[in-house]
Design a protein around this ligand. Structure first.
Ligand code: URA
Length: 436
């Protein structure tokens, strides 16, 4: 194959055939196409785009670049959820055990955070002993026995995405709709799912800043997922405000456990239960969304998902005694600073992006791919829009490794909040459901 002529064709806005796309993904994965040529192709795709057929071909070629999980037949449908990421977005953690208790199998292959958005694997790495890198055979065995696993991609799953993603990162070609769709869906389709719920976020701390851009991405992923045989839906959700009252790896694990114990914040609970309810409807395990929501709520209230969480942790090597000791501590960092309101009023804004940047700078996120993370830093007791605060009342707390960083973070966090005399109208967290 002459890859140069394909780069030139895409540069001129021509359409590539399925065979051409399959060939170049196969040859790139085999190391037969140099990175500089693939970088040029990615830039051509960035400017010219891919049509629906090309995006489908790219997604499937990337999925097939490595192992596809093949689970034995079972009456329990295989389901998963993917979020485009945000601040305080810990939905996957309580959702996986809840879904397992609702009768699903959940091979939740997750990623790490980059930039300000948190990653599920980084959150789980804050649990003593918990292993996130599992070979395929162990993933399959745990899904069969426990019902859920949350782990990273194996070395042999979707290798084309791994290499293409790092090239995109280094060549300014990440924000291409077709490349994002192919990257996300190739990984999800490699799990062999029956149904997938997508949480596509918009807002200051989201990948997609506007509702319009998020809707376009959601529609493209829903159409392609369904075309590839996985029943796919998307929720468009707000990411201008952090989700829940805690952000930062360990603090989010703690809040997830509170959610499983029925004490989670309302917005987190809403997304967890809505995600589960959509999957119940998508797999025809419930007749309507309302009926599914009742089932999901009753399941969470039964306490079984909280037990399932411990079972999943134990199966993945966690030290449950150390985990419970850590859970019992108010803070696991040496310094905690309060951020207090300068005046009384209603919280009218709590900017997720500003909060994400503070947490990243405290050491809770990555500036570079290989940055070392401090899992315990973060923010909790976050006051949410619409809530009343008194003068000197708490807006949030910062957990930091030293007093200087705690003080700096507290000063920056104060500017993330706005207080107004009137209560702002409530903003819905879930804006829209995309069915096709
Ligand atoms: N997440 C991914 O896995 N890929 C993208 O391209 C963007 C977000």
């Amino acid at each position: 194959m002459n890859f140069l002529s394909l780069i030139e064709a895409k540069r001129e806005g021509k359409t590539l055939t399925r065979g051409e796309i399959q060939n170049f993904i196969r040859e790139f994965t085999a190391g037969e196409i140099p990175d500089y040529q693939m970088a040029a192709m990615l830039m051509a795709v960035y400017f010219r785009g891919l049509d629906t057929a090309e995006t489908t071909a790219l997604t499937l070629a990337m999925r097939d670049s490595g192992d596809v999980l093949k689970f034995p037949r079972d009456e329990r449908p295989l389901v998963d959820k993917h979020s485009t990421g945000g601040i305080g977005d810990k939905v996957s953690l309580p959702l996986a055990p809840l879904l397992a208790c609702l009768g699903f199998r959940v091979p939740m292959i997750s990623g790490r955070g980059l930039g300000i958005t948190g990653g599920t694997l980084d959150k789980l790495d804050s649990i003593p002993g918990f292993q996130t890198q599992l070979p395929a055979a162990r993933i399959m065995a745990q899904v069969h026995k426990v019902g859920c696993v949350i782990c990273g991609q194996t070395d042999t799953m979707v290798p084309a995405d791994k290499r293409i993603y790092s090239l995109r990162d280094a060549t300014g070609t990440v924000p291409s709709l077709s490349l994002i769709v192919a990257s996300i869906l190739s990984k999800k389709l490699a799990e062999g799912l029956d149904a997938l719920i997508l949480d596509v976020k918009f807002g200051s701390a989201a990948f997609m800043q506007t509702k319009g851009a998020a809707r376009k991405l959601a529609k493209a992923m829903v159409a392609l997922g369904n075309e590839c045989g996985t029943r796919t839906r998307a929720m468009l959700t707000d990411m201008n405000t952090p989700l829940g009252r805690a952000a930062g790896n360990w603090l989010e694990v703690k809040e997830s456990v509170e959610c499983l114990a029925g004490k989670g914040p309302a917005d987190l609970l809403e997304l967890v239960l809505d995600s589960a309810a959509h999957l119940l409807v998508q797999t025809r395990s419930a007749k309507s969304f309302a009926a599914a929501r009742i089932l999901a709520e009753a399941c969470l209230d039964s306490g079984l998902p909280r037990q399932k969480w411990d079972e999943m942790l134990a199966a993945q090597g966690a030290d449950l005694n150390a985990f419970n000791r850590k859970l019992a501590q108010d803070s696991t960092t040496r310094f905690v600073a309060e951020v207090n309101a300068d005046k009384a009023g209603y919280v009218s804004k709590c900017d997720a992006r500003a909060m994400g940047e503070v947490i990243r700078d405290l050491g809770g996120g990555r500036i570079m791919k290989d940055s070392v993370i401090n899992y315990d830093v973060g923010v909790d007791r976050i006051a949410k829009p619409g809530e009343r605060v008194e003068k000197s009342g708490g807006l949030c707390r910062v957990h930091a490794a030293d007093p200087v960083r705690a003080g700096l973070a507290a000063a920056r966090l104060k500017t993330a909040f706005q207080i107004s005399a009137r209560r702002p109208p409530p903003e819905p967290r879930v804006l829209e459901i995309i069915l096709r």
